[in-house]
Design a protein around this ligand. Structure first.
Ligand code: NAG
Ligand code: NAG
Ligand code: NAG
Ligand code: NAG
Ligand code: NAG
Ligand code: NAG
Length: 380
């Protein structure tokens, strides 16, 4: 340290790297930028100011957010996968984009509950009922990102000299999951599972185009999540209830919907290979919801989950088999939560509990549900 200039330079470099995280060694990530739906929303939908939204949002009511002690806009009893990743990387919870005035220097979350991969104009053109009809799709979220980019990159030149395109060299991007809402809109508009299947290639195209846009804006590390087994969701099980036992697998999930999920995931995996080949300087981390959620259903006790409630909504109404009543959903007066959400898998018929999200995040960070593991990429 011979000159004051060198000392200043060192200080500058240190201020660009964040130390405290639970992985040991040094962590390359200084921010998280997220796109997705209710599996990742940390408070955007509840801040949506639009007259098309019907009445008060149940996400604004307890028992949503029990972990925090108050509702946060997350569609679960506590933290989502993204929160556990932020904590493991020593970063703050990722603030929702619509929380104006937030400090986005360590990350921003564009995910909105209910967001599809395909845009509103397109879905409505397919004669689908999209409720509420708002522009929150993957590509709307990318538009917000592009608008916010100049302020995200202002004064951010760590590790890379000057150029704006390099300002995301130490950001972890998280894309998805996407697709579950597109299928939900299709099924609620009375399309068959076969008709829904036709949209899977377009959904994967949309996700893939989104990843390419991020890369063009300088993203170097991108998590791309697969879709969970939609045929095990109490809401879907209720909507598509059938007297034909052959439609269910040995754990009570709907085979056709899980097959649709597997189909999207196989298309997505193939696409990720193509993207890795096309962009060798970008690290694409493929992460999974599908296998861990199936594992919870197949071996609940292994994860400390109650084996008699794997398809039974914790926060709902109506009782078995699914405790799902669309007129008395979680956060509405007639719904109640189970005594111990930490032993439950299904939170509110559409979403999982914090317990489940914690196990999934663990699998993304430390394995086996990520390729490569987020913690291995974070270390340098
Ligand atoms: C924003 O957060 C960063 C770290 O997360 C901090 O260094 C900075 O001072 C904060 N800015 C403001 C205006 O609070
Ligand atoms: C919506 O998606 C369709 C089909 O992918 C695309 O052609 C169109 O440009 C998109 N519209 C908007 C406004 O993004
Ligand atoms: C939507 O409905 C209109 C009116 O019934 C029909 O003309 C059109 O072909 C339908 N479009 C699609 C994509 O199904
Ligand atoms: C959604 O975006 C489309 C295309 O930009 C626009 O035409 C439409 O009015 C928007 N709808 C809403 C509800 O904002
Ligand atoms: C779907 O079908 C049900 C039962 O036939 C009907 O009540 C409902 O209005 C239909 N929904 C749509 C969006 O077409
Ligand atoms: C599992 O859930 C069932 C139904 O809610 C309950 O009766 C039972 O006591 C729970 N088992 C354990 C071990 O908590």
């Amino acid at each position: 340290m011979r000159t004051p200039h060198a000392a200043l330079l060192l200080l500058f470099i240190l201020s660009c790297s964040r130390g405290a995280y639970s992985g040991g060694g040094r962590n390359r990530f200084t921010s998280i930028i997220s796109f997705g739906d209710s599996y990742a929303d940390t408070g955007n939908l509840v801040r949506w100011a639009d007259p098309v939204l019907p009445g008060p949002n149940p996400l604004n009511n307890l028992p949503y957010g029990e972990f925090f002690g108050y509702p946060t806009g997350r569609a679960t009893d506590g933290r989502v996968v993204l929160d556990f990743i932020a904590q493991a990387l020593g970063l703050p919870f990722v603030p929702p984009y619509l929380a104006k005035g937030s400090n986005f220097s360590a990350g921003v979350n564009f995910a909105v509950a209910g967001a599809p991969a395909l845009n509103l104009t397109y879905l409505q053109g397919q004669n689908l009922t999209v409720d509420p009809p708002i522009n929150r799709s993957l590509h709307d979220q990318l538009d917000w990102f592009q608008k916010l980019k100049p302020s995200l990159c202002k004064g951010r030149r760590c590790r890379h000299a000057g150029k704006g395109a390099d300002c995301f060299g130490s950001s972890l991007f998280v894309m998805g999951e996407f697709g579950a809402n597109d299928y939900n809109f299709l099924i609620s508009s009375n399309r068959t599972v076969e008709q829904a299947r036709v949209y899977a290639p377009q959904i994967v195209d949309s996700i893939s185009r989104g990843v390419e846009i991020l890369i063009q804006h300088g993203a170097k590390y991108i998590v791309v999540a697969d879709i969970f087994p939609i045929g095990c969701l109490p809401a879907i099980l209720t909507m598509l209830a059938s007297p034909n036992k052959k439609e269910y697998d040995g754990h009570g999930c709907l085979k056709s919907m899980n097959k649709l999920g597997r189909y999207q995931n196989s298309l997505l995996r193939r696409r990720i290979k193509v993207l890795r080949y096309k962009y060798p300087h970008t690290k694409i981390i493929a992460t999974e919801y599908f296998r861990p959620v199936l594992a919870f259903i197949q071996k609940p006790s292994h994860f400390g989950l109650n084996s008699s409630t794997t398809l039974l909504t914790c926060c709902g109404a109506g009782g078995p088999p699914y405790n799902t009543d669309f007129n008395a959903g979680c956060g509405q007066p007639d719904a109640t939560a189970c005594a111990d959400p930490s032993e439950a898998l299904q939170w509110d018929s559409f979403h999982l509990t914090e317990s489940a999200y914690r196990f999934i995040a663990d699998g993304w960070l430390h394995g086996p549900y990520a390729d490569p593991l987020i913690m291995d990429v974070a270390r340098y």
